[in-house]
Design a protein around this ligand. Structure first.
Ligand SMILES: NC(=O)c1ccc[n+]([C@@H]2O[C@H](COP(=O)([O-])OP(=O)(O)OC[C@H]3O[C@@H](n4cnc5c(N)ncnc54)[C@H](OP(=O)(O)O)[C@@H]3O)[C@@H](O)[C@H]2O)c1
Length: 243
């Protein structure tokens, strides 16, 4: 099923964890890829491997807490790819676990908002106009099901801000052909999720691909990748449409 043949997908944080699996899943659907991480070296081998699937792959680098770097890598990606049709705003940081949550430093909130929210908003705001003009686009913003853990509040409130950002866009996107949705990958054994997480990172597929493939015009949906774990992609899409 090469349903995304000819599309260009940007995946932030493509070097490991969730972003790596999403990139592989998109390449298997025929999408060309723009792989982002902080250093080009982090995606070099992945790019070589994914090119073997017959897709074009570009690598870009940028620190997401620096909005100048975000602008630079988007410029580079657009000049090389021509256009970006699908975006997975996947890269994020989790601030340290603060045993005494009442002493969470302000810096935790600042850095998590810079990386997890402000850069995500900047990428969306930059790419949405051209998607709307072309009448097709998919933006998938990674969120989290984290709850009742004030020790990680700088991280969790940044994800709540992402949810609000997406939901408030819903009326603007109606009838445009552009869809922006939320994806919770589930608790996974990645560098961010840690070794005690119950799920292997590969279980993010096929669910993570569903919001890129749905053509139902729906935006603002909170999708859980784990709801589709173990399904074939076609069954996952059927399940999503039945919701
Ligand atoms: N894992 C979980 O249990 C879990 C649960 C709920 C939600 N999520 C969400 O899923 C997404 C992916 O998480 P993950 O577990 O795959 O994370 P991860 O394994 O820690 O990978 C993070 C990725 O983001 C990039 N990155 C990190 N800090 C960055 C920065 N300051 N600027 C630019 N890029 C940066 C990294 O690139 P480098 O190669 O440059 O380091 C890496 O590719 C995140 O949005 C996370 O909040 C994860």
């Amino acid at each position: 099923m090469k349903t995304l043949h000819g599309k260009w997908s940007l995946i932030t944080g493509a070097s490991r964890g969730v972003g790596l699996h999403i990139s592989e899943g998109l390449a298997n659907l025929g999408s060309n890829l723009i792989l982002h991480s902080r250093e080009l070296a982090h995606t070099e081998i992945i790019a070589k491997k994914l090119k073997l699937l017959g897709v074009q792959v570009i690598t870009v680098s940028g620190e997401l807490s620096d909005q100048g770097q975000v602008d630079r890598f988007l410029d580079e990606a657009l000049s090389k790819a021509g256009q970006i049709d699908i975006v997975y705003n996947n890269a994020a940081i989790m601030t340290p676990y603060r045993q005494n949550h009442l002493e969470t430093p302000a810096e935790d909130y600042r850095t998590s908002f810079e990386v997890n929210v402000i850069s995500l908003a900047r990428i969306c705001n930059r790419l949405l106009p051209s998607m709307i003009e072309r009448k097709w686009g998919r933006i998938i913003n990674l969120t989290s099901g984290i709850q009742e853990q004030p020790e990680l509040s700088a991280y969790s409130v940044s994800k709540a801000a992402v949810d609000k950002f997406v939901r408030d866009f819903v009326p603007k996107l109606a009838g445009t052909g552009v869809q922006m949705n939320l994806l919770d990958p589930g608790w996974l054994r990645t560098d961010l999720g840690g070794p005690n997480a119950p799920n292997d990172p590969v279980t993010v597929l096929p669910g993570a691909l569903v919001p890129a493939l749905l053509n139902d015009g729906v935006s603002g949906r909170f999708m859980r990748a784990q709801d589709y774990s173990g399904l074939e992609l076609a069954s996952a899409l059927e399940k999503a449409l039945a919701k």
